[in-house]
Design a protein around this ligand. Structure first.
Ligand code: ATP
Length: 279
């Protein structure tokens, strides 16, 4: 596993992301094109970098799409986990924030992704106390230094936008709010298709029918990834059994409809009905 804060161009492509096409358009306009053609934006005096906040239930593709944006733009990606930043550098969190932004500038163009950003930006005076307050102030200083932020694009992600300090949601900070919802039936089909890109599916598997079925209702992208994985495991196990019975494998091992049926028995929605209607 990689060190936290390590920067590299991620290997997630647009095709790996199912649905979320509106977000893709937004990111294409605000980040990808800017990184590819900075000169156009300078010529027309378009304001410098805006920050984004992705919010919504867990497991619906916030991290995935942020990585795909970096890949598409050919930019580096730095993944910061809010709670880790807070806990690991107690007493030094301001310095840690400064270091992160400075590293991001060094490897620009760069997407700086703050996962669980709510941990860093809880309303001042609440839970976290002075540690969060000082860290938050430093974060605001960095976010406001737009000139210095050239080529550094900040994306935050949260399941709890309501606990965040209003001050960080202003333009230029995490100013553009983008909702990442639980997928609709049709979006589930798109997600399954994206997840199946590198999987050996039998010809009879109909992802359209599976994705739209009741068994998939309320499943998140992460749940669908679990379904795909369980189905692949069922296929492997079937192959092992065939070999065990003394029938040497003919080489082909495909994921069939029956494997998806087994998988769907095992996976249930991780996002509750209550959570779902929360945003
Ligand atoms: P959290 O709020 O828990 O951090 P998240 O919204 O960032 O969740 P991701 O980490 O992007 O969720 O998704 C987890 C995994 O679920 C992905 O690695 C991918 O396998 C699958 N997944 C989620 N959403 C999608 C999607 N829209 N298309 C394809 N796969 C998805």
């Amino acid at each position: 596993s990689r060190r936290e804060g390590f920067s590299a161009i991620p290997n997630v492509k647009w095709e790996d992301v199912g649905g979320l096409s509106l977000l893709r358009t937004e990111f294409d306009r605000y980040i990808v094109k800017r990184i590819k053609h900075p000169e156009y934006y300078e010529e027309f005096g378009v304001d410098s970098e805006t920050g984004f906040l992705l919010y919504g239930p867990p497991g619906c593709g916030k991290t995935l799409i942020a990585k795909a944006v970096a890949n598409e733009a050919g930019a580096n990606f730095i993944h910061i986990k809010g709670p880790e930043l807070l806990n690991k550098y107690v007493g030094e969190s301001e310095l840690a924030v400064r270091t992160i932004f400075s590293r991001a500038r060094t490897c620009a163009p760069c997407i700086l992704f703050f996962d669980e950003v709510d941990a860093l930006t809880t309303k001042r005076g609440k839970d976290g106390g002075w540690v969060v307050e000082r860290l938050l102030n430093q974060l605001l200083i960095e976010l406001d230094g737009a000139d210095q932020r050239r080529g550094v694009f900040v994306i935050g992600a949260t399941n709890r936008p309501e606990v965040m300090d209003r001050a960080v949601l202003r333009p230029g900070r995490f100013g553009k709010l983008l909702y990442v919802p639980l997928p609709t039936a049709n979006e589930r089909v798109l997600i399954l298709k994206a997840l199946a890109r590198k999987k050996p599916l039998a010809g009879d598997v109909n992802l359209q029918v599976i994705g739209e079925s009741d068994a998939c209702q309320n499943l998140s992208g992460a749940d669908l990834a679990a379904v795909m994985n369980e189905a692949a495991m069922a296929a492997v196990e079937e192959k092992e059994m065939t070999i065990g019975e003394g029938n040497p494998s003919t080489g082909q091992c495909l994921i069939k409809t029956s494997h998806f049926e087994q998988a769907l028995q095992k996976v249930s929605p991780s996002v509750s009905e209550q959570q779902k209607n929360y945003y």
